[in-house]
Design a protein around this ligand. Structure first.
Ligand SMILES: Nc1ncnc2c1ncn2[C@@H]1O[C@H](COP(=O)(O)OP(=O)(O)OP(=O)(O)O)[C@@H](O)[C@H]1O
Length: 249
């Protein structure tokens, strides 16, 4: 699904503040794999996620998605495959539009320019049904402006919107870092359910070792731009929470 080959990313090459953020990473992520990335601050996790998203381009190496060479493709040209949820709940939604209008925009994200989707009763019902699965009582507030909701409510809705369209890859960049524990729990459970329901390939960057332990079917640890540990399937399931803490020992 995603094939990262010998990828390096150097920021500020040749300057005093040069940083080798990602150093020769080789990583193949299979279809429907849910990969969790952990690692200490500055270890290159977000850079690796940005390289997959296309918001950062590699200094060398190649990236393929479903066999297509996307190494030099900008992020907006990868949107047919990729949806992304950021740490900041404000970044995924339009605050001055209603919940319903935000969902309408999400539904036409990758459609040809000029195509419009009116808000039919059928569309409204679809959106309400989806929102009711969150168990946050937001299905009766679809006319409310997105900007008036809490961070947790917005983040949960951002997740739902990200799968309104035909994306295959979901990138989650510390999606719960700014949330209280209850909202964080709802957002992670929603992400997990959507990833399974829509058979998505997913990458989660997190500092929360409990989430890293509970979610995903593969985990890698990054350190100084390299992959230090990589456990899949049964090996990930056999991992104990204390082992994970030991990685950071
Ligand atoms: N745009 C940039 N320009 C210059 N240096 C950068 C840039 N983005 C990241 N870096 C540097 O690259 C290194 C890796 O950063 P990155 O954000 O990928 O790490 P991270 O593991 O996600 O860190 P954190 O856990 O703190 O979010 C760091 O030394 C960082 O300062």
């Amino acid at each position: 699904m995603i094939d990262i080959r010998k990828v390096h990313k150097t920021y500020n090459r040749g300057k005093a503040n040069q940083v080798d953020a990602v150093r020769g990473v080789d990583l193949k992520i299979g279809e429907q794999e849910f990969l969790v990335i952990v690692g200490s601050n500055g270890s290159g996790k977000t850079t690796l996620l940005n390289l997959v998203a296309g918001s950062v381009l590699p200094s060398s190496g190649t990236i393929h998605i479903e066999g297509n060479d996307v190494t030099k493709l900008a992020d907006y040209r990868r949107s047919e495959w990729i949806a992304r949820v950021f740490q900041n709940p404000l970044s995924g939604t339009a605050p001055d539009l209603s919940i319903l209008d935000n969902f309408r925009l999400a539904a036409i994200r990758t459609k040809p320019k000029g195509l419009s989707i009116g808000i039919s009763d059928k569309f409204k019902k679809q959106v309400k049904d989806k929102i009711s699965t969150l168990g946050m009582g937001l299905e009766n507030k679809t006319e409310q402006l997105m900007g008036t909701l809490s961070g947790g409510q917005r983040q949960a809705l951002t997740l739902l919107m990200s799968v309104m369209d035909t994306c295959k890859i979901l990138l989650l960049d510390e999606p719960t870092a700014a949330l209280d524990p209850r909202s964080a729990d709802i957002v992670m459970k929603t992400a997990d359910r959507l990833i399974a329901d829509f058979k998505l390939t997913a990458i989660l960057v997190t500092h929360n070792l409990k989430d890293a332990f509970n979610y995903g079917n593969r985990i890698i640890q990054m350190g100084e731009g390299e992959i230090l540990n990589d456990l899949k399937g049964a090996d990930k399931s056999a991992l104990k929470q204390s082992d994970l803490f030991d990685w950071f020992g």
